[in-house]
Design a protein around this ligand. Structure first.
Ligand code: ADP
Ligand code: MG
Length: 287
């Protein structure tokens, strides 16, 4: 039978906006020693500001308009940010096809033109003669019918409580912190350094994030558990693979909420520390 204090623990968590789907996950949390984080929207706000637009061909207005139109059906943090930066009403009738290529970006038909908006991998996949930018921000390259239009440089900010959360987690049993991201290396290294994250892997496709988590699971000690924390955009498969999948922000996709074992109602990383403390308290009462 399940000890009563686990129910109390689940209750205490839910009172804090932490939804735990079963007492086994609370127990696993108490034994968690490896915590793997997604970057965008998890450790960072996922709200990007445009810092620079580099035009290669056409006008600046056209570049940002095509990018915003192409992104207009997506709920990816980059898409939402580009639509906001464009700031004008968009006539969605101009879009006749849209395809979101996870870990790459968007392919869309706008005014009959094939628009691509995404990273280096996307440009290479479609053999666009783009000019690689050497900057430490996130880059959205934009092309129209094989012509390279230019790049939109965007930057995100670290959440105000991320640093404190990592520090506290290390004091509460986490021996190894890892960050996984599809973003470029320079951005990843900056964030990891600022937050004191032990280990970072960048430019990963969603499948490669799963492979990384599988490799980390193999390295785990017999009793140690691994948690993955994500914002739910593209990371449902990793959430289900980890011993404990933690989805942040109740606004995350339904697929993520479904795949997660623990759902945080808001997106404050300190909530993870709270969940761990509650779980460890339960264990002390039970044994
Ligand atoms: P993260 O690992 O940081 O959560 P994702 O796996 O969602 O990021 O995306 C990885 C990378 O793929 C992004 O950094 C970006 O370069 C590109 N990308 C993904 N979705 C989009 C999009 N909608 N528009 C432009 N670029 C995108
Ligand atoms: Mg993500």
């Amino acid at each position: 039978s399940i000890p009563l204090s686990f129910f109390a623990g689940i209750g205490a968590c839910s009172h804090e906006g932490i939804l735990v789907k079963g007492s086994n996950y609370l127990e696993a949390l108490s034994k968690c020693d490896t915590m793997v984080f997604d970057k965008t929207g998890t450790l960072t706000k996922g709200v990007f500001e445009v810092s620079e637009i580099k035009v290669n061909q056409g006008t600046r207005e056209q570049l940002i308009e095509y990018a915003a139109l192409a992104e207009s059906y997506s709920s990816h943090p980059i898409s939402l940010s580009l639509m906001k930066a464009y700031g004008k009403e968009m006539d969605k009738n101009r879009i006749s096809q849209i395809e979101e290529i996870s870990g790459h970006g968007i392919k869309a038909i706008v005014d009959g033109n094939r628009i691509l908006a995404g990273n280096q991998l996307l440009m290479e996949k479609y053999q666009i003669p783009y000019k690689k930018e050497e900057v430490d921000s996130t880059i959205v390259y934009v092309s129209c019918n094989q012509q390279y239009l230019g790049a939109i440089l965007i930057s995100d900010v670290i959440k105000p409580t991320s640093s404190q959360a990592i520090q506290q987690l290390k004091k509460n049993g986490i021996k190894k912190t890892v960050m996984l991201t599809g973003d470029q290396k320079k951005v990843a290294i900056d964030v990891a350094r600022e937050l004191n994250i032990d280990c970072t892997y960048s430019q990963l496709l969603p499948d490669q994030k799963v492979e990384k988590v599988e490799a980390l699971l193999k390295e785990q000690s017999k009793d140690g558990k691994l948690a993955f924390v994500g914002d739910g955009i593209n990371d449902a498969p990793v959430l289900s693979r980890a011993d404990i999948g933690i989805a942040m922000g109740a606004l995350g996709s339904d697929a993520a909420i479904e795949a997660a074992d623990v759902v945080l109602m808001d997106d404050d990383p300190l909530k993870i520390v709270q969940a761990m403390r509650i779980s460890r308290k339960c264990i002390r009462i039970v044994y």
